[in-house]
Design a binder for this molecule. Sequence first.
Ligand code: HAM
Length: 415
Amino acid sequence: MAINGIKGFNDILPGDVEKWQHIEATARRVFELYGFSEIRTPILEKTELFCRSIGDATDIVEKEMYSFVDKGENKVTMRPEGTAAVMRAFIEHKMQALDPVARLYYMGPMFRYERPQKGRYRQFHQIGAEVTGVSAPTVDAQVLTMLTHFFAELGLDEPSLQINSLGCPKCRPVYREALKSFLLSKIELLCEDCNRRYETNPLRALDCKSPGCQEATKGAPAMLEYLCPECAEHFEATKKYLELVGTTYQINERMVRGLDYYTRTTFELVTGLLGSQSAVAAGGRYDGLISDLGGPALPGIGFAIGVERVALLLAEKDFSRRPDLFIAALGDEAHAEAFKIMSALQRLGAAVEIDYEGKSLKSQMRRADKFKSRFTLIIGGDELARGTAPLKDMDGGTQSDVALNADAIVKVIKG
Ligand code: HAM
């Protein structure tokens, strides 16, 4: 019996992979305009890194991590997200000595043991970006503007930006207590998870999808009403800078993120086109994370984009590539000449196809059709004798004779 892949782990096949490459290339191009450099960190990290950063009482750490003990008795985890690993690397390599303001981006697979469905997988891919060392709200506005710029470059205007502020260690505990007292009389309405998390993480009830939690949190106080003056000022300034550069947003005061490291600005890019998996990108500030992980007291902010979800939004677009030229050949001698010209043209930078086995002209032309090549060249005995052959422009329908050498051909097909 054939062996299949694992549930929630997908192959990305040719035909689809071109779309992925386009998404990745767009991210590189846009992020580099904003001064970001790529960082690559390993897939495996110490389990402790994620427990300490994402938080013990989160769904990710409680239920979703691919953790195991390796052959050296080390507790390790396949990264469920990128921020903790990038900050671990920032601290480990003392990157702040070079410049406390590091602007880093990354792309690659992440792993969470979630229930697979459309837009939610166990191995999924993120493109993320992080900035360290700046608390100024200009950087919040810039990170959000870069994120929306990336989506606009892909021609996706639909996902809308929602923002909130989760305050800081000074004001959030006050809010937590206010929310807990509000929920106390309604505790029996909360779902099992939110009931259990009432003490450790009561904010999660605000964005829980269960009807009981939605009922219980109706009219609940909002974090925004409890921000300390510094956090309130930071949030106002972030909004002002977003408006200054024309980045549109909505405030979602119920947005709480599923990771504990967030402070102040948090955000999600939300789409109505992917059912319940509505967040195509998300992130926020994490001003305490770097020091919590044993590094310098520097703030940070960043986001991660879910690549599978972006690919789903681009489902209608065709990213398949076309060769520049297909060479059809009749007879052994012409076949050898076609092979030689193909090889020379490829070294000159043209994408060329032939039929390896030199089948009938009809079947070669069927292959040319399948490849949707931009030009076709047909070589037979007469053409070999003349040293020229008809080159057909498949889009324009025009045809002209061209000398049978790569330099002459490349001028026409790449010219
Ligand atoms: P997150 O909200 O857990 O944040 O994930 C970010 C994005 O990854 C989500 O909005 C979604 O598009 C995608 N995603 C998450 N889980 C899955 C899944 N199982 N299948 C498919 N896509 C998924 C973080 O990971 C933070 N590290 C973001 C961040 C960066 N915050 C600051 N810097």
